[in-house]
Design a protein around this ligand. Structure first.
Ligand SMILES: [Zn+2]
Ligand SMILES: [Zn+2]
Length: 195
């Protein structure tokens, strides 16, 4: 299984959000076994935070393969579905955090009001590292709640032919082309976004 260092390598930095996503993904890998090489495993993510990068690296459910479905709900909920069987696991993050010292509280307030002085940054970064470490070492049941269910698998990612936009001449996937006054156009041309 991919380690946290590989996840950090992809994401660019270590952070609590990434650690949460990593723990979710690790649990799912233990449950479902193999990382998705194709579309047999599907992830439905209800936010687009740092956590989703860890999920992509560890589970192989990626934006490009079409087996990562983003629902813009702003919730820390991740559902994984085994396409052949419909078996699904829904993980809802319940992590309560770690206690904060008076200094940390005060520094965080200064940070939030725009203070980027050295002592503020030092405490804020230390706090972040401490949180990340705490998440990576916490038992699964302190991080999230698990529900099991059977779900109807979403349709497979389609492969469609391309057509040429009659305005800009660029190719566009057929199902995304729009008909405007008898002309087949790409969305930016149809909606006037194209400069
Ligand atoms: Zn991050
Ligand atoms: Zn066009």
């Amino acid at each position: 299984m991919k380690g946290f260092d590989e996840v950090v390598g992809f994401h660019g930095h270590a952070c609590p959000g990434l650690a949460l996503g990593y723990m979710v993904a690790r649990y799912v890998m233990e449950e479902f076994g193999a990382r998705a090489t194709d579309e047999e495993l599907v992830a439905i993510v209800e936010n687009n935070s740092c956590a989703v990068d860890a999920i992509q690296v560890v589970t192989g459910c990626t934006f490009g393969k079409g087996n990562l479905i983003f629902m813009d709900y702003g919730k820390q909920v991740y559902t994984f579905l085994n396409r052949p069987t419909g078996d699904a696991i829904r993980l809802s993050v319940i992590w309560e955090g770690i206690p904060e010292s008076a200094e940390e509280k005060q520094m965080w307030q200064r940070y939030m009001s725009g203070d980027r002085s050295e002592d503020v940054l030092r405490v804020v970064h230390q706090r972040k590292a401490k949180k990340t470490e705490a998440i990576l070492n916490a038992p699964f049941d302190q991080i999230f709640r698990v529900q099991r269910m059977i779900l109807q698998p979403p349709p497979l990612a389609g492969i469609y032919p391309s057509v040429r936009c009659e305005s800009c001449g660029e190719k566009v996937m057929e199902t995304k082309a729009r008909l405007r006054e008898g002309k087949l156009l790409c969305i930016p041309c149809a909606e006037g976004y194209r400069r």
